[in-house]
Design a protein around this ligand. Structure first.
Ligand code: ZN
Length: 162
């Protein structure tokens, strides 16, 4: 039997002709090889099935009989195809799509939690910035009891002097 990681050179060479074969191009060498090679038979079957899926996706209004047949085949072959063909690539995407709405909800929740957590801090930092700015803009508030007393004293002296 053939190992997937050790595909015979003849199979590699013939794989490039699979598409022509699917398009209906007669290829006696490929047909002959197919009768003897399990690997290429299943590979071509996968390719043909993938093509049917794509055709169905692009042309959903095709003949009902063919669509029904494709759906039945899809159900039968889905697990097998996902396990061993490039179509398995789509499985994580389907999973991702099904999770997308949930993910959006989680992101929204995390965002609101972030806002609740950090909005007060931002307010405090803004307040301290304002305090620093006002200290710079108005550098002469009453500084200490001594200066207050001096101001009161000077006022009193001025009143007395009048
Ligand atoms: Zn082969």
């Amino acid at each position: 039997m053939f190992n997937k990681s050790n595909i015979p050179a003849q199979c590699r060479k013939l794989e490039s002709r699979f598409e022509d074969c699917l398009d209906g191009v007669s290829d006696t060498e490929l047909d002959d090889h197919m009768t003897r090679c399990e690997h290429c038979r299943s590979a071509l079957a996968d390719l043909r099935f993938a093509g049917e899926l794509l055709r169905e996706a692009w042309d959903p209004a095709g003949e009902p009989g063919q669509a029904f047949l494709a759906n039945v085949m899809a159900r039968i072959q889905r697990e097998e195809i996902r396990a061993k063909s490039p179509a398995a690539f789509w499985t994580p995407l389907e999973f991702l799509a099904s999770r997308l709405s949930l993910t959006a909800a989680v992101v929204l929740l995390a965002l609101s939690a972030y806002l609740v957590e950090f909005a007060p801090q931002r307010g405090v930092s803004l307040g301290s910035v304002r305090t620093e700015l006002s200290a710079v803009d108005f550098p002469q508030p009453p500084r200490d009891p001594v200066s207050n007393e001096e101001v009161l004293q000077s006022l009193a002296e001025r009143d007395n002097g009048r």
